[in-house]
Design a protein around this ligand. Sequence first.
Ligand code: ADP
Ligand code: ZN
Length: 758
Amino acid sequence: MLVSVALSVPLFHGFTYAVPRDTPMPLPGTRVLVPWRRGREIGVVLGPTDVVPTGVQLRSISRVLDAADRPAVPESLLALATWIADYYVAPIGQVLRAALPTVLWSTAKPAPTGRTQRVAEIALELPSLLDREQRFARAPKQRALYELLESSGGRAPVARLLEQLGVTNGVVDALAKKGIVRLIDAEQLRDPFAERAAVTLPPTPTPAQRRIVEALTGAPPGTSALLHGITGSGKTLVYIEVLRHIVRTLGRTAIVLVPEIALTPQTVDRFRAAFGDDIAVLHSALSDGERFDAWRALRRGDKRIAVGARSALFAPLDDLGVVIVDEEHEASYKQAETPRYHARDAALVRAKAAGALCVLGSATPSLETWQGAADGRHEHFTLTERAGGGALPPVRVVDLRAARRVAAAERRRAPGQDAPSAYAGIVTAPLDSALRARLTRGEQSLLLLNRRGYAAFVQCDECGAPATCPHCSISLTYHRIPEGLACHYCGHREPMATSCPVCNGTRLARRGLGTQQVERAVAEEFPEARIARMDVDTTTGKWAHAEILDRVGRGEVDILLGTQMIAKGLDFPNVTLVGVLDADTGINLPDFRASERCFQLLSQVAGRAGRGPKGGEVIIQTRVPEHHAVRCALAHDYHAFVREELSARRVPVYPPFVRVANVLVSGLEQRAVAACAASVSTWLAELIAARRVEGLTLVGPAPSPIEKIKDRWRWHLLVKADAKAPMARVLRYFLERVPVPAAHDLRVVVDRDPVQLL
Ligand code: ADP
Ligand code: ZN
């Protein structure tokens, strides 16, 4: 008896092994230990085969690792993995590797988690600048440490703080003595999802919610549906009522996908409130052992609902009744490395195969999903009103070009006045007065700037050269705490230069706005306001997001400022103002999805305002008020946006009207990469011509918009395919056979249905 076994190696086919005579034939999905090269590897049985390998010796399975009737990978999951491998042109072994908990790929016992680490936590919040100036009057190091701790989400390992600031333990101890900082062991860190304060759910669905719940639960098996509900329309309660029926009444199982667990603690809390212990929350902070426990609980049927980001799609559930994809438009559903699957699209496939319902929810559906509903592939439901009453907040636009002209004219009229403050350069007059009004009334504001760091880039005033990353073709961002230049692509850090590396000029200007600078300017303008900042730099701690958001929820923050992180899913009734400092970041990126992304971001952040009885307003600062992404977000007009954007996707044609795959060629040497890109595109073009494949067009090759990342030069080639073209077959043949020179670490990868082309 022979079986085909998937191994976690970058090869597309399964490997044939013999089953020893006294061993029963293992079921597909069973883990086995097999000889591989000179050692042994764990693999997953794909099924019986009669392919006898030629030229190599046939070897036997060493050991079967799962019980005979209980393969680690249930049948439905193996089918899903196979689909992902085919569609995304990825090796099946690598798909299974991503789908199963790490523990299942190792013969060792899960490592005990027992390391302790000294962690500092803010014990006394000093949110106002005034407070800080008093407490740290003669202790700048203590203040720096406090601020670094604060910008790390309030909690960080002591060792890291000391290293980043170059100070000694004495500084931490002094802060601890003053009662400002508390020192604890890392082991005492709790899992806040397990013991978060209970939330109360709305007592009854509105008639509109109820109608949709009834339609969804009554739909035939395998139905997929778009739930297009404006921000605040109560989509979460619809999901919960659907689950109540399918899980509680029918006894089936469910998967709930959210874009990022850390950013959506409120959503998770609501599911927990409804289903308590029936839920396994799969989040990135779980240890390998904990993840495995959750996986086993789902596999055994002890828990019937899996909630998590992208990879929760692989929850080992039998009798799946429903898959929910919340905020289905989010780019984070696409995995950025092999296997490059899109969890929303794979969710549709898994649900259909299981005869389960699949619900895709969003206030700003992706154009793919929208068009899918228009073509009749999905049912379409709409929630047009906010559930708790209230309307979408009015949105005002401030034209930054005009605002700057007015300010300049005023300065000319009244010379001798002080130069405008940094704050005045960031917050225009209309937003300023709106912000002041909120502070006076004790209401909360959100300020969005989608760029972290202090200054976007540093530029020599004499020769104009920007400071760039030595490993990427990207300018470095200036950070104030800890001070230095950082690359947001590869993580490279270097000290702030004192002179220009190109011309030796000494006047280095910091240009472009980042969240750190906004935080400082706003704090200086409102020394008594309690400000929190949320971006990648302040959320390195495991639970930093939830802690910042909980502070906002408890009313301990007056102004929450941050990047796109603050635009997602937050539901705070006391937030009555949303200010977008610069709507234009990202709008001009060379990517066909740039406008869609911008519209989604503006609509989502606008939707955070006015969720309570006090109402709210939104102010958007922009240099391109006439851009359709800005115009339609102003009017809360999704339909107008979709009309304009869809027509822009016709010529040249882009998704949703074609499917695309991005073929990325990269390597360590610039010219070799260009040459390789040219030769692989010729090879692919000839293949398509020779086989007379219809419906495939090639665009490029061209250098990628970001030409170098992490020392690798990058070129790309876009393959566009109409619906019937055999894209997967052609690309797999191409990847398996295209000659790539074994030099300069040249690599060719395929990204099917890419979410970004940078
Ligand atoms: P969405 O996800 O659609 O933006 P949410 O699910 O966060 O909206 O709901 C917005 C708010 O409306 C929440 O505070 C929620 O508690 C409230 N809400 C939802 N459904 C109802 C209902 N049937 N009655 C009263 N309030 C509701
Ligand atoms: Zn870099």
